[in-house]
Design a protein. Structure first.
Length: 202
């Protein structure tokens, strides 16, 4: 099982691309956290409303405690004050809790979207060709496991001469078809192996 080509230039180029992909995912995750934290700070508004509601409720409760037990009207007045506190302060507490909860939920959603959308697009762009290249490398390693075995040199050289682009062949030999015809297979075999990402064994 090979994850990277044997040819140093190809191997390091692919390693750098993989590292760049991982780095990009880390950057997207960091951006998602930054957005999450920035939006999550809005929850302080709801928490402030909740705190103010608690203060109002506490104020009415203190006033009710002060008049509670007063002859004739104390109990009724205390009950009215407590009801007023629960009505005004209690609603503010519920509103504040709801606002803070909504801010937390929005922070989670936006942080996830900021990370997931570009990360998914990047992976959909990079992973399929990367997987295809990995499969081609391992298939080539399986087929070309012993290219210099008797009878195989000519076959591998023929595959290179008739399968590789002309520009690629000319990087290895000035006359690829002449080499094949004359039985000079070394350059063609090297071309086939290296273009498949495999090391030429001496």
């Amino acid at each position: 099982m090979r994850f990277y080509p044997d040819v140093p230039e190809q191997r390091w180029g692919l390693i750098l691309r993989d590292l760049a992909l991982v780095l990009a995912l880390v950057v997207f995750a960091k951006l998602g956290l930054i957005v999450h934290d920035a939006v999550d700070k809005l929850a302080v508004l709801g928490e402030g409303v909740e705190s103010a509601g608690n203060a109002v409720t506490g104020g009415f409760e203190s006033a009710a405690d002060a008049v509670d037990g007063t002859p004739i009207v104390g109990d009724d007045l205390a009950g009215g004050l407590r009801s007023a506190g629960e009505g005004t302060g209690g609603e503010a507490v519920e509103l504040g809790r709801g606002g803070a909860g909504a801010a937390h939920d929005l922070a989670d959603l936006l942080g996830l979207v900021v990370f997931a959308v570009p990360a998914a697009m990047l992976l959909l762009w990079q992973l399929p060709p990367r997987i295809a290249r990995w499969r081609r490398l391992n298939a080539a390693a399986s087929v070309l496991r012993d290219p210099v075995a008797p009878g195989r040199l000519e076959l591998v050289a023929s595959r290179a001469a008739f399968g590789l682009p002309y520009g690629t062949l000319l990087r290895y030999t000035k006359d690829p078809l002449g080499d094949l015809d004359a039985g000079r297979y070394d350059a063609l075999v090297r071309a086939e192996l290296e273009e498949s990402g495999l090391r030429v064994r001496q």
